[in-house]
Design a protein around this ligand. Structure first.
Ligand code: THG
Length: 268
């Protein structure tokens, strides 16, 4: 699994404050904690705390000074994405994200090409979030085709079928699972498939349980990446166990320890 740490996001109050006051310390601390927990990428999102591209550039620089981990530059504004990518020191990165809208594809795919980054495409369009499997597949395929035509290989394309809160849209999770299966059929090798995992447990009482149960089901369907809480040890243990059961990691009696060790050394 490709694990993308979700915590440097202005949706969290401590991060929103740190961005507004340009206080680097909480940012550094969350970067270090997520890197130590084995994050493959650190997601960086200024959210509603700022619309200023310079704040994204500042945030990226603070994260880069703290850890060597690759970065997922997260914004729905192309100018904010560009400022973040421009601040990168040459380490691997993801552009998070484009939608399936023609204007977004035309603006954001070239950013991933220009900066040598991977691209996350979320299966949304001008009509908003998809409510059925068909729209998810249609939008995912459209993004995949446009990115491929621009020269991105499947290994640099991540499709996101749009995971929603179980508490408010209970019928959507099973549709996401079905869309994941469809995405695996797009090419050989297939693109990566990623979700914002914590979306599903929003406002619920059993956050960790719901999240780890869903991730195991989604991995069985073909999910191989997630923006998630990498500090949730039970979630990480469920991911490690699912990788063994799916025969992607070798079983040993110490498989949890081996998995954690490989992650702490920066292995896959
Ligand atoms: N797809 C892609 N990128 C994304 C998302 C996605 N980026 C942002 C988001 N969704 C993923 N990141 C988060 C980060 C935190 C939470 C959810 C998703 C989260 N929020 C708490 C909640 O909703 O209850 C509130 C925060 C708080 O506790 O203050 O858990 O889907 N490509």
């Amino acid at each position: 699994m490709i694990l993308i740490g979700e915590r440097i996001n202005a949706g969290f109050k401590d991060i929103a404050r740190a961005i507004r006051e340009h206080d680097p310390e909480p940012i550094r601390e969350w970067a270090r904690k997520q890197a130590a927990a084995g994050a493959d990428y650190i997601d960086v999102n200024i959210g509603a705390a700022s619309k200023d591209p310079a704040d994204m550039a500042w945030l990226i620089r603070v994260v880069q000074e703290a850890v060597p981990t690759p970065i997922s530059v997260d914004s729905n504004r192309p100018e904010v994405l560009r400022a973040g990518l421009e601040a990168l020191d040459g380490r691997p990165a993801l552009v998070n994200s484009t939608t399936a809208d023609d204007d977004k594809l035309a603006e954001i795919i070239p950013l991933a090409v220009e900066y040598g980054a991977g691209l996350i495409g979320v299966a949304m369009d001008q009509r908003g979030s998809p409510q059925d499997v068909e729209r998810r597949v249609e939008n995912g395929a459209k993004i995949f085709l446009a990115a491929t035509e621009a020269g991105l290989p499947p290994e640099r394309i991540f499709l996101d079928p749009v995971l929603m809160p179980i508490r408010f849209m209970q019928d959507q999770a099973v549709k996401v699972l079905e869309a994941i299966r469809e995405y695996t059929l797009l090419s050989d090798p297939p693109p990566h498939i990623s979700v914002g995992l914590s979306n599903i447990c929003s406002k619920t009482k059993e956050r960790s349980l719901i999240t780890r149960t869903f991730v195991v089901m989604a991995m069985a369907a073909g999910l191989d990446a997630a923006i998630c809480n990498v500090l949730d040890e039970e979630l990480m243990a469920a991911v490690a166990t699912a990788e063994v059961i799916l025969n992607k990691e070798i079983y040993s009696d110490d498989f949890l320890r081996v998995w954690a060790l490989k992650r702490s050394k920066g292995g896959e």
